[in-house]
Design a protein around this ligand. Sequence first.
Ligand code: NAD
Ligand code: GLY
Length: 354
Amino acid sequence: MDSSAELSIRGADGTYPVVVRAGALADALPAFVGARRFSRIAVITNDTLAPLYGEALVGRLPDAFLITVPDGEAHKTLSTATALYGDLLAGGCDRSSLVIALGGGVIGDLAGFVAATFMRGVAFVQAPTSLLAMVDASLGGKVGVDLPQGKNLVGAFKDPLAVFADTATLRTLPPIEWRCGLAEVLKAGLIADPPLVDHLLACGPEPVEEIVTRAVRVKKAIVEQDRLESGVRATLNLGHTFAHAIEQVSGYAWKHGEAVAVGLVGAARLSVRRGLASPTLAETVERAVIALGLPARYAGLEPAALWDAMRHDKKWQGGTARFVLLREPGAPCVVDGVPRDEVIAVLESLREGT
Ligand code: NAD
Ligand code: GLY
């Protein structure tokens, strides 16, 4: 595959390009923006990324200014959004302005939500800098903020004008964040690109443009079929029912991507247990998770407490136990009504030391 790639995703108002390439922030993004007219351009980023990439990006754009928020999920809130509306007004933004989200999934979701709602919606560009944001969060139009009661409880669907994934920025990504992104790359392979799983097992996560591009293609195919998540988009939740429970019961001591890794193993084991898949599926998933430096087990959490947390999963409509399972890599299915004892048995098997 070419080491640089441009894809496009069909959204609500036409298609938008997704550029995956080292250096895209220096050339492709400024060229794209420079070819269009905006009254003002606000680059929203965080205090980690402003000195690394934000200041340089603003310097390459006409009529642009930088808005910096504190780093972290704790700031993906309505109160940060309110402060951002004020910053946009103070910077002279109007309905013809552009918002650029420069950062990981937190900034993409937050700045996207602000772009969706400021003056009933302004133009928006995603510039993801984390692996997770490149392969998942920046694609498909979901934007939003958290409430004290839970994550992503307020949001909108807002497609970007374009996505620029500058893979050179991944060189400064902390290793733990890189591994967490790899869990989502593996998830993408398991959902719809079995050769990607083989590649990760045989060669590891290189070349990075290739694994990002392949994961982007998986998400593209799914969100183009089901933009508003009334069907197949739910398969992107593979491993996430287990993961959300681990995150919640651990008091968010677990990173999301690490919990997803355990969740992928859990989903594979549950698939085998229910007779949907052969035991080699669970072995393959566990091998891939370990090869990527991710955990396949958890410790110190009670299976019964994890099950209770799952019951409050917002995707379990009407309280029915809904899991995304696999018949084999590339063949996901959504299964309702999984009995508690089967889930508990899988959770027991995922405990360290068992
Ligand atoms: P994040 O945005 O918090 O980024 C992780 C950390 O890495 C942060 O400290 C960030 O500053 C830092 N970072 C990012 N890029 C960097 C770089 N190039 N160099 C140095 N540091 C860098 O977390 P994330 O994992 O990117 O995203 C998680 C968020 O995404 C969650 O809020 C989740 O709800 C959301 N999400 C949204 C969707 C969606 O479809 N909208 C999908 C998945 C996840
Ligand atoms: N990350 C899940 C989705 O975009 O639907």
